[in-house]
Design a protein around this ligand. Structure first.
Ligand SMILES: [Zn+2]
Length: 353
């Protein structure tokens, strides 16, 4: 028998890596979803692909060293990597993510991590990993059929059906942000027109605001853009909406409406029990973002799936990639994840709230 499989969940841990366009974050995460050590550094995009790979390996090694120095006796069983798509989860490669520069192309990151650290390494798209985390330890605990959506700079997604991630033959299924919602809409970061991400993402909201500023249509937005400089984005547009600027309000309402329309389609097409919504933009907006989607689903989706589907906020916050990486490794190695960790403010199991 594999000696690892007989360990109680808290007796094993993984090295987790969350690679993003701005930060490389690594952690040691126990089998019960608890993050015990973490390190973060800036992603050296300007240094090219090899510099980014090296930053990843350094962060993982630093976490392993810190864990050992702190007397951590937990057995490290593998490495779980959450990477921006598109990825090849079977071969553990990151294909050509838009935010990591032109030389980070078809990079065998899992193999490099395995060779460098001597542990089995597994990689998947960040949103797939996040969905695994929410399913094991977060808002979708105990749920076999759910969608995960992240709404921040971009919009990403994952589909879990019958307890399994839907991958498709190329490992690319679940790109829910690239659903066509408006044929006459703006151009998406992917080059197509009218995708959900082109209207409802943080970068889309910021672009729409810039167009209004350039056209001289909103004094409050222009003032905020001047004051915040390059940091001006969806957060400022949301702020201007709250202080009563009608132009900002119309941009935000358009984004929420596109998101709601997409959710109607998701409910009709996938019959999910839950749509779990994470990402900084959705988290900052809270029910302001989710409620229009709930209302439109109740009004416009097929009656039976609309009655079942609940649209809820993600529960794991910034740890989502780390926690999901532990679940990814556990799945690939045939380990059980540990007892659910308590979530902030939780009184009982999710179904009892
Ligand atoms: Zn797109």
């Amino acid at each position: 028998m594999n000696p690892i499989r007989t360990q109680a969940a808290v007796d094993w841990a993984v090295l987790a890596l969350d690679l993003g366009g701005t930060q490389v974050r690594a952690a040691v995460v126990r089998g019960d979803g608890i993050v015990v050590t973490q390190r973060r550094s800036r992603t050296p995009v300007e240094g090219g692909g090899e510099a980014i790979v090296q930053a990843c390996l350094d962060a993982l090694q630093a976490c392993r060293d810190a864990h050992a120095a702190a007397g951590g006796s937990t057995l490290l069983v593998g490495i779980g990597i959450a990477a921006p798509g598109p990825v090849d989860p079977i071969r553990g490669r990151v294909i050509d993510p838009p935010n990591l520069g032109p030389s980070f192309h078809d990079t065998p990151l899992a193999e490099r991590a395995r060779a460098s650290l001597g542990l089995p390494a597994f990689l998947d798209r960040d949103t797939q990993v996040a969905a695994l985390g929410e399913g094991a330890f977060g808002a979708a605990r105990g749920c076999a059929d759910y969608l995960y959506l992240t709404v921040s700079t971009g919009i990403g997604g994952a589909i879990v059906s019958g307890g399994n991630l839907l991958r498709g033959p190329d490992g690319m299924a679940g790109e829910l942000g690239h659903l066509l919602v408006d044929r006459d809409g703006p151009t998406c970061g992917c080059g197509a027109v009218g995708h959900l991400e082109a209207i409802a993402s943080g970068s889309a909201i910021a672009r729409a605001a810039r167009r209004k500023i350039d056209a001289g249509e909103s004094e409050p937005l222009a003032r905020l853009a001047l004051a915040r400089g390059p940091a001006f984005g969806a957060r400022e547009v949301a702020e201007a909406e709250m202080t009563g600027d009608p132009v900002a309000a119309s941009i935000m309402a358009g984004a929420r409406d596109a998101f709601a329309r997409a959710c109607v389609g998701f409910v009709d097409v996938f019959n999910p029990a839950l749509i779990v919504v994470g990402g900084s933009l959705a988290a900052g907006q809270g029910d302001r973002w989710l409620e229009p989607a709930r209302e439109m689903v109740a009004r416009e989706a097929f009656r039976v799936p609309a009655r079942r589907a609940r649209i809820v906020p993600a529960a794991l916050g910034d740890d989502i990639g780390f926690v999901g990486a532990a679940v990814l490794v556990a799945q690939r190695l045939g380990l059980q994840v540990g007892p659910p960790r308590a979530l902030p403010g939780e009184r009982g199991r999710p179904g009892e709230r």
